[in-house]
Write a protein that binds this ligand. Structure first.
Ligand code: PLP
Length: 425
């Protein structure tokens, strides 16, 4: 069908003239479960994970899946059963990780705005580490831990101030960014942490951004972090682990990100060269484990030719697929069956009442109403960011495993949406 391999291949492929994910024809799923529908390949997730596992073979390393990328319980189960820990950013994500089978020591807790209540719960279940992002947070965490009669394991998220060369909304390791502790303040913050009674310093972490497709920013960040490790340990504060965050990019539209094992080959060589090869390593990949493992199926509702643009109006919208509206992101859009007839150029848009509700611009399609399309690379930061805007129920989700099909989330109905609301007397 298409000359270049589809993002998500080999699990995503045309067989004859039908688009398949693993052994399942996607049109069968659209017919059975309706649209919009997210479909994920278990094999694609495990193969993305395997690239990291190969990269870390023989090392002391643990992969903590950053579950904000896709936090559906069955997706978490796939990673928990494959031996992953989790990186969480809220109390809700803590409960999700536990519900999927993780235990406290499998969990690390990131994020700039942890509440006392979230800290307490995380201490009660005995999480492995708090990735602390400011000195005031250190004080609060120490106080909460002291009340509970425990010491909180902490790492400080340092800001290496390198440009990850990605979209400004998803670059997090630069000065002038809300995340992390500035490189020049890090040593003072570590002395502060070591002096607080409710804390136990266990590591250092960084996370420079997301959808990173080059190796150089990672190598720069690693050097900057290791400079700090040298200085902090010389000051008498040992760091048992180094957590290098997530951020590796995926293929949306011809990007060529390094494979996880190739990236880590270079990073491990640098760690070895600087004498840190035997140190315990943690990483927090999100997008790169799930992004190319999922698609969103949608039905063409109407074709609306216009003077300046033609619109292809589909039943998925910005509440299901928020990335184009948020970051002007690109998702490839392909038909579930090759379409007969000449293609025209369309903006593919949803039904939501916002001009920002678009899914793809200037796409050549020979679509007709009733046809199904697949929005590709939709496994990460789609369902987990979905909303009910315009009182649209969130989509259903299906996980395929070979020829097996598991409905992992039912489509949200009106009653689900208004369950917590109260009418006036
Ligand atoms: C979002 C996030 C991640 C995961 O980022 P990806 O780009 O999805 O790999 C990892 N660590 C932290 C602290 C994050 O905020």
């Amino acid at each position: 069908m298409t000359a270049t391999p589809l993002p998500g291949s080999p699990q995503l492929h045309y067989r004859g003239d039908a688009l398949f994910l693993e052994e399942v024809a996607l049109a069968d799923l659209a017919r059975r479960y309706g649209t919009p529908l997210f479909v994920y390949s278990r094999a694609a997730m495990l193969s993305a994970l395997a690239a990291y596992q190969r990269g870390f073979a023989g090392r002391k390393a643990r992969i903590h899946y950053a579950l904000k990328a896709n936090s559906s319980l069955a997706v978490l189960q796939v990673f928990a059963r494959a031996g992953c820990g989790f990186d969480i950013v809220s109390g809700g994500e803590l409960e999700r990780a536990l519900a999927a089978g993780a235990k406290g020591p499998d969990i690390i807790f990131s994020g700039v705005g942890k509440t006392r209540r979230e800290m307490r719960r995380a201490l009660e279940v005995g999480i492995r580490c708090f990735n602390v992002e400011s000195e005031p947070e250190l004080e609060v965490l120490s106080a909460v831990a002291t009340e509970l009669g425990v010491r909180a394991p902490v790492s400080l998220r340092v800001n290496p101030d390198v440009d990850p060369k990605t979209h400004p909304y998803i670059s997090t390791g630069l000065k002038g960014n809300k995340f992390g502790i500035a490189h020049q303040d890090a040593q003072r913050a570590y002395r502060h942490a070591a002096a607080l009674p409710g804390l136990r310093v266990v590591g250092i972490d960084c996370h420079i951004g997301s959808q990173i497709t080059q190796v150089a920013p990672y190598l720069d960040a690693l050097d900057r972090v290791l400079d700090l490790v040298d200085a902090i340990e010389q000051a008498g504060i040992p760091l048992a682990h180094i957590d290098f965050g997530g951020g590796l990019g995926i293929v949306y539209h011809g990007e060529e990100p390094p494979a996880a094992d190739a990236l880590w080959q270079q990073l491990l060589a640098r760690l070895d060269a600087r004498g840190y090869g035997g140190r315990e390593l943690l990483i927090e990949p999100g997008r790169s484990l799930v992004g190319n493992a999922g698609v969103c199926l949608t039905e063409v509702l109407y074709l609306k030719p216009g003077e300046q643009k033609n619109f292809c109006i589909v039943d998925a919208a910005m509440n299901d697929l928020p990335r184009p509206a948020m970051y002007e992101a690109y998702h490839q859009i392909v038909p579930l069956r090759p379409q007969a007839g000449p293609a025209a150029t369309y903006d593919v848009v949803g039904p939501v009442c916002e001009s920002g509700d678009w899914i793809g611009r200037d796409r050549a399609l020979a679509a007709r109403p009733g046809d199904w399309l697949a929005v590709l690379s939709a496994g990460a930061y789609c369902m987990s960011m979905a909303s009910n805007y315009n009182t649209r129920g969130r989509a259903a989700e299906v996980l395929v495993n070979g020829a097996e099909v598991h409905l992992i989330r039912e489509r949200e109905d009106f009653a689900d949406q208004v369950r917590r609301e109260k009418l006036l007397p």
